[in-house]
Design a protein around this ligand. Structure first.
Ligand code: SF4
Length: 367
């Protein structure tokens, strides 16, 4: 049975809020979207920051803001344009959802951004956390954000070992945060909680000596801060093996668009096949691509293995560079596109492919 959410006395609530907000007045992290009240820009920053470090997301926020200053500008763009601007940031479904929702706001809501939690939560790509962030930052509504930083601060302050990756844990910490939030200053409270978790109550080395919540923190009293928060399961990653073909013809090469419900949907890549185990010899590819044995193929080289980590998958890739002559005919059913390096800016590629295309320093060995 789920443990009841602890009652918090009004005095403890007040001590918590006051200490946090007083600290934040002097220790907030200046960022371009802080204090922003334009819901479109708040939404944009929050979607970009999902599963992304601030330093990494910042230039993307600036780029999107400049290229698509309003939700109407974003709605008018093509999906390829949006994906290209998102290139390298990962989790590309965020970009597709952002674009979908921009069109929805313009076409169905007459261009007016929704102004209440439920309607915001209804937008594609917006979960509980993002809806609370937009509701509080743009509209000053008292909805507490609960991200990894907030889980950590709360589980430590209340010495609560409920696993944060379970439904019960998520509900419990969300209820706690919503009891603590300052009803008159929800945006400041939410920002302060996240900044405290990011800068003071850090995962491995919480700086309790500098923490405004130290007087009310149970984990500090019990000397168990680094044991919290608790997670019930370890992240499991499955390994996938890809062999990419860089088919060079004249001054260009072939690419294709990824389709289907898999990673990197609608992005572009080099023609590839997925293998059950790591490729040992390029000859193994000839079963899948019989044309590799044709006279049109003049040389084949294979790269060292590249590894790319996603949240739930590890991709191990090798790149086979194939030189073909004028007799080569691309298999029609494959929908490959022949491009030259000058065309690269028109297509969005996953980071793994970009790394290969940009770092031609990769050692290619004859095999
Ligand atoms: S006192 Fe220490 S453990 Fe408690 S919230 Fe502050 S930094 Fe975290």
């Amino acid at each position: 049975m789920n443990k009841p959410v602890p009652e918090i006395s009004p005095q403890r609530c007040a001590s918590f809020r006051n200490a946090l907000l007083a600290w934040h007045r002097h220790h907030h992290r200046p960022l371009p979207w802080k204090g922003e009240k334009n819901p479109y820009l708040v939404w944009l920053s929050e979607i970009i920051l999902q599963q992304t470090r601030v330093e990494q997301g910042l230039p993307y926020f600036e780029r999107f803001k400049e290229r698509f200053p309003t939700v109407q500008d974003l709605a008018r763009a093509t999906e390829d344009e949006v994906l290209k601007l998102w290139e390298g940031l990962g989790y590309y479904s965020r970009a597709r959802h952002l674009h979908h929702s921009a069109k929805y706001i313009v076409n169905e809501l007459k261009g007016v951004f929704p102004d209440n939690y439920d309607a915001i939560r209804n937008l594609k790509g917006v979960g509980d956390y993002t809806a609370a962030a937009i509701a509080s930052f743009a509209f000053d509504l008292p909805h507490a954000v609960v991200d990894g930083n907030v889980y950590r601060v709360l589980s430590r302050c209340f010495a609560d070992g409920t696993p944060i990756d379970t439904t019960a844990g998520k509900k419990r910490f969300a209820a706690l945060a919503n009891r603590l939030i300052h009803p008159g200053r929800p945006a400041d409270f939410n920002q302060a909680m996240m900044d405290l978790g990011a800068g003071v109550c850090t995962p491995a080395a919480p700086n309790c000596a500098a923490c405004p919540l130290a007087p009310v923190c149970e984990a500090r009293k019990k000397n168990m801060a680094t044991e919290l928060p608790v997670k019930s399961k370890k992240l499991k990653r499955r390994t996938r093996h890809f062999a990419y073909l860089m088919i060079r013809h004249k001054s260009g090469f072939y690419i294709r668009q990824r389709t289907g419900n898999d990673i990197w949907k609608n992005l572009y890549e080099l023609p590839s096949i997925e293998l059950k185990k790591p490729l040992k010899k390029v000859q193994e590819l000839r079963y899948e691509h019989p044309w590799l044995s044709s006279d049109a193929v003049q040389g084949t080289r294979v790269s060292a293995r590249l590894r790319h980590e996603l949240t739930h998958q590890r991709i191990e890739a090798i790149f086979c560079e194939v030189e073909v002559n004028d007799d080569f005919c691309a298999p029609e059913e494959e929908c490959w596109q022949w491009i030259t390096p000058n065309d690269l800016p028109d297509f969005a590629f996953p980071k793994l492919i970009l790394r290969y295309l940009q770092q031609k320093a990769l050692s290619l060995e004859r095999c």
